[in-house]
Design a protein around this ligand. Structure first.
Ligand code: EPZ
Length: 432
């Protein structure tokens, strides 16, 4: 298992280019299941979840070409011959977003068998709303042996009101509704830019969707979708992580290839904390501040402050003067990073869904454990301002969603390197 070794203390200076959004690329790849024709996706990030999705689609008989070059990160997916509309436990347990194939498979093939995801490090994360929505569209659902099976000769348009806002739930049902007979109206939808990006792709494929990016989405079902070419939006969470790195290290970073319009809640929070940012239509320049001020954060659905940035912001709160209260409203167990930051010298008290962070505390390098993707990113950020060396274990979590984070950070002056696990010598083996 790889680890990161980070020596803190360097201000980060220079330019970092943002990759394509993992959470937009995953549903876009699933959308290719809706047509027999090739779908070409550009700006695909080179991260492990994309590789898992490739495996998932290939196991069903899809042809997936995936290439990463200097200029283009591109995949071409052709789902002409789907032989097994199934997502196995083996794949779903490594990536919950695999459940995004449920809607498209039942819409295109008339049936789908998808493993139910089990527990997750950050919360229980059921998929009951995906299932309820498919039932509204006329699918017959059977749950047995850890799998959900959905069958429908042809889905039928319906009114769906989500009991709770769900990002992949909205995406799953949006894809299903494109091939349903008649009109579907979905209320209380997620407004994340990734949902709007998926709708853009689906409309290029011949779908008739209006309202994506708002709480109400209307879909007029069509008989068939066709191939299309689409460029995935920039990763707002990756961009935000680097903006925070610039702010924290008292650096001067230019984050390019991003969309500042998707970063409003973070930029406003940083301003409250005393950080100066400026932006152009596709870049953000951040200047750090050695005198950060405390600011409270409450995670909410987009356009509110993202749960996917809560951990990273906690690193800022440890370095801000005063008490910051961070409230996590989306997932019930998303404070695992706090325990690790405590080991680095932070002053954090967890009270249910609230973390009370008292700053400013000097951090000191320590051996810490990454528990999930965004928690790993937060520990990298904390390590960048810690005194001495931090060793972060289980960085495979970060490889799921950040493309080459160590190279990107090294390019702007961070002292970060990856080391592989050093296996103990076996007695008598003589092996090096
Ligand atoms: C998406 O997960 C993202 N994943 C997550 O990013 C992100 O944290 C999350 O949205 C919230 O923004 C992808 O886009 C691939 P939800 P998703 O359904 O769709 C409850 C990352 O680090 N819920 O919006 O699975 C659920 O338990 C990841 O990149 C139900 O109760 O999240 C949670 O409390 C982690 N029933 C809330 O809704 C359901 O059927 C929001 O979850 C579905 C969800």
């Amino acid at each position: 298992m790889d680890k990161f070794v980070i020596r803190g203390g360097n201000p980060l200076l220079g330019t970092i280019r943002v990759s394509g959004a993992k959470n937009a690329a995953l549903p876009a790849m699933a959308a290719a299941l809706l047509t027999e024709e090739p779908v070409i996706l550009e700006n695909i990030p080179q991260v492990r979840d994309i590789e898992t999705t490739r495996k998932l689609l290939t196991a069903m008989g899809a042809e997936v070409e995936l290439g990463y070059g200097r200029a283009q990160h591109r995949t071409t997916i052709c789902c002409r011959n789907l032989n097994a509309p199934e997502a196995s436990y083996e794949l779903v347990k490594t990536m919950r977003a695999s459940t995004l194939v449920l809607g498209p498979l039942v819409a295109r093939c008339g049936r789908a068998r998808v493993s139910l995801p089990g527990g997750c490090a950050i919360g229980t994360r059921p998929i009951d709303l995906h299932i309820k929505g498919l039932e509204r569209l006329g699918a017959k659902i059977n749950q047995e042996h850890g799998y959900v099976e959905a069958v429908a000769e042809r889905l039928k348009g319906a009114e769906i009101t989500f009991d709770k806002i769900t990002v992949t739930g909205t995406e799953d049902l949006l894809m299903a509704a494109t091939l349903a007979e008649g009109e579907t109206v979905m209320q209380n939808c997620a407004r994340e830019p990734e949902v709007a990006d998926l709708a853009d792709l689906l409309n290029k494929m011949g779908a008739k969707i209006e309202g994506a990016g708002t709480t109400t989405i209307r879909v007029r079902g069509v008989a068939k979708l066709h191939g299309a070419k689409h460029r995935i939006i920039p990763d707002r969470i990756e961009a935000a992580t680097f903006i925070i790195a610039g702010a924290l290290t008292d650096g001067d970073l230019n984050i390019t290839g991003c969309d500042p319009a998707h970063l409003g809640s973070l930029l406003q929070k940083l301003q409250e904390a005393g950080v100066k940012t400026r932006h152009t239509p596709d870049s953000v320049r951040v200047e750090g501040n050695a005198n950060l001020k405390a600011a409270d954060v409450v995670t909410e659905e987009y356009p509110g402050f993202p749960t996917d940035l809560q951990a990273q912001y906690m690193a800022v709160a440890t370095q801000a003067e005063g008490t910051s209260i961070i409230t996590e409203n989306i997932f019930e167990n998303r404070f695992m990073h706090a325990q690790e930051m405590l080991r680095m010298g932070a002053n954090i008290k967890i009270e249910g869904r609230r973390a009370i962070v008292r700053g400013k505390t000097p951090l000191s390098g320590a051996a810490v454990l990454a528990s999930d993707l965004r928690a790993s990113a937060s520990l990298v950020l904390a390590a960048l301002v810690a005194d001495g060396e931090t060793i972060i274990d289980r960085v495979y979590h970060i490889d799921r969603g950040y493309e080459n984070i160590e190279e990107k950070l090294r390019g702007v002056g961070a002292q970060i390197r990856r080391i592989g696990e050093i296996l103990p010598k076996r007695r008598g083996s003589g092996a090096a």
